[in-house]
Design a protein around this ligand. Structure first.
Ligand code: G4P
Length: 198
């Protein structure tokens, strides 16, 4: 998605070979207009898939997921990372290990909102090692709903998350795919070049 790549180029900061900081439009301050365009793009990509629910994870997945939900006219459920005071019964849970933060979180959603009749699109802001996405897939599968696909805002393609998910037969669609963050520079995987090579 060209608009997103331009935003990453102008406002993203390469913190290291592995980490891109995008807190000016996605992870802290949020650019609603950009989120709206991102939601529209996910709706376009997954049109015709009969999606009935979107599942994401707090906190940074929520903004793009809600905008996609708006365009697709379906509810959005966000998995919680912490126990909620009111969300106590009938939870579906999965363990998510973050290599970046070296911590494991128990994530959960209520059984009430996803069931075997649902066709679910999973959305998240970043795809790195894929642990969060795998946890969301696990939860959705525990609800017996169908995982239709995974929509990612920024995929770091030099890490292994996307491949792990594709190896499970899952459809992964990322709006920006980063080949490398070497030398303080963001290099994107260029779809057109990829097509020419094929
Ligand atoms: P994984 O789920 O793909 O395995 O990712 P990992 O454990 O490495 O990442 C843990 C957290 O760090 C996630 O956010 C993820 O979105 C974020 N993250 C991973 N790589 C980057 C990066 O290069 N840049 C930025 N900005 N974030 C990255 P989180 O802790 O759940 O945060 P939030 O959703 O509450 O904001």
């Amino acid at each position: 998605m060209r608009l997103l790549e331009e935003k990453i180029n102008t406002d993203g900061k390469v913190l290291s070979e592995n980490v891109l900081k995008v807190d000016s439009f996605l992870n802290h301050q949020i650019d609603p207009q950009l989120m709206l365009e991102i939601g529209k793009e996910f709706a376009r990509i997954f049109a015709g898939e009969g999606i009935t629910k979107i599942v994401t994870i707090e906190s940074s997945g929520i903004a793009p997921a809600v905008m996609a939900g708006l365009y697709m006219n379906v509810p959005v459920i966000f998995a919680r990372k912490r126990k909620s005071l009111t969300l106590v019964d009938d939870l579906l849970t999965a363990s998510v290990h973050s290599f970046t933060k070296n911590e494991t979180n128990e994530i959960s959603i209520s059984k009430k909102y996803v069931n075997e009749n649902d066709r679910v699109l999973i959305i998240d802001d970043f795809l790195a090692n894929g642990e969060a996405a795998l946890g969301l897939v696990d939860i959705v599968q525990k609800s017996r709903a169908t995982v239709v696909g995974i929509g990612i805002v920024i995929e770091k393609s030099f890490q292994h998350g996307a491949q792990k998910l594709k190896d499970l037969g899952l459809r992964v669609e990322s709006l920006a795919r980063i080949a490398s963050l070497s030398n303080g520079k963001v290099s994107f995987i260029n779809e057109n070049v990829e097509e020419l090579i094929k």
